[in-house]
Write a protein that binds this ligand. Structure first.
Ligand SMILES: NC(=O)c1ccc[n+]([C@@H]2O[C@H](COP(=O)([O-])OP(=O)(O)OC[C@H]3O[C@@H](n4cnc5c(N)ncnc54)[C@H](O)[C@@H]3O)[C@@H](O)[C@H]2O)c1
Length: 256
């Protein structure tokens, strides 16, 4: 593990209550950072959990909520050094069956949410005089197609496109913008996808788990910590010459 000291630095992470986002929040707390979690599943209002952890209920699809999240971080800790856009969701259906409301929901949370919170976060970093890191949790679905995930795949391709433009436009201000593309990570979302995918394909969720494992060259699916470690690296001084990148954390499943 990298010995990184983020004392005095502040991370804002969306969707940080569970899964990959919680893994990121926990690791940054361990590294000494202040952490602000914005999640739709938080209790209403702003809650100070302890002296370095604040939680706020926000919906990333609402622009006023994006601003409230960033303002809460500035109020609590004085600045935003790192923003991790992690909130996300999925629905499963063959492309010809995707319901319009599911298309909109997934595009809104996964793509519009990244745009809104990035915009609020980048404006704050510019107000601070530049510098800072924005890290978007995309997916290998931002690079490849996967059956029954047309809306999700489209949303993650959008995230990678927006990452590149933000990286270009903010480079002069030394705000580095990168994406992480996880493979198969053991979270509530993945477990739900296995149940829904199994029903669509006439299989059992255990069969999908076995299929998932068989597709990973390293022989195991990921834990949230596998992704969090790479996010920590991208936020660290060791990644100071990287921007506009989309880093696979897939156990070798995706190599492009
Ligand atoms: N699990 C995987 O295999 C996997 C693979 C690749 C990418 N990802 C991506 O990683 C990210 C995290 O996924 P996860 O597997 O930890 O999922 P998860 O469902 O465990 O966690 C997602 C979090 O986002 C929050 N959230 C949902 N809608 C929100 C909204 N409108 N506003 C604010 N917060 C909201 C949820 O409350 C939850 O805490 C997502 O962007 C997902 O697409 C996951």
């Amino acid at each position: 593990m990298l010995n990184i000291d983020f004392a005095g630095k502040t991370l804002v992470v969306t969707g940080g209550l569970t899964g990959i986002g919680k893994g990121i929040a926990d690791l940054f707390l361990k590294a000494g950072a202040n952490v602000v979690i914005g999640d739709i599943a938080c209790r209403p209002g702003i809650e100070s959990i302890h002296d370095r952890l604040v939680q706020i209920q926000i919906d990333v699809t609402v622009s006023a909520d994006a601003a409230r999240l960033i303002n809460a971080a500035v109020e609590a800790f004085g600045a935003v050094d790192f923003l991790v856009n992690n909130s996300g969701t999925s629905t499963m259906d063959y492309a010809i069956d995707i319901r319009e409301e599911d298309w909109d929901k997934v595009m809104d949370i996964n793509a519009k949410g990244v745009y809104l919170v990035s915009q609020a976060g980048a404006r704050q970093m510019l107000r601070q005089g530049g510098g800072g890191r924005i890290i978007n949790i995309a997916s290998q679905a931002g690079k490849n197609g996967y059956r029954c995930m047309g809306n999700y795949v489209a949303s993650k391709h959008a995230v990678l496109g927006f990452t590149k433009v933000m990286a270009l436009e903010l480079a002069q201000a030394q705000i580095l913008v990168n994406a992480v593309c996880p493979g198969i990570v053991e979270t509530d979302m993945k477990r739900r996808e296995r149940v829904e995918g199994a029903a669509l394909r006439g299989m059992q969720p255990e069969d999908i788990l076995a299929e998932d494992r068989s597709q990973v060259p390293l022989g195991r699916t990921a834990e949230p910590e596998d992704v969090a470690n790479v996010v920590l690296f991208l936020a660290s001084p060791m990644a100071s010459y990287m921007t506009g990148q989309a880093i696979n954390v897939t156990g070798g499943m995706t190599m492009n």
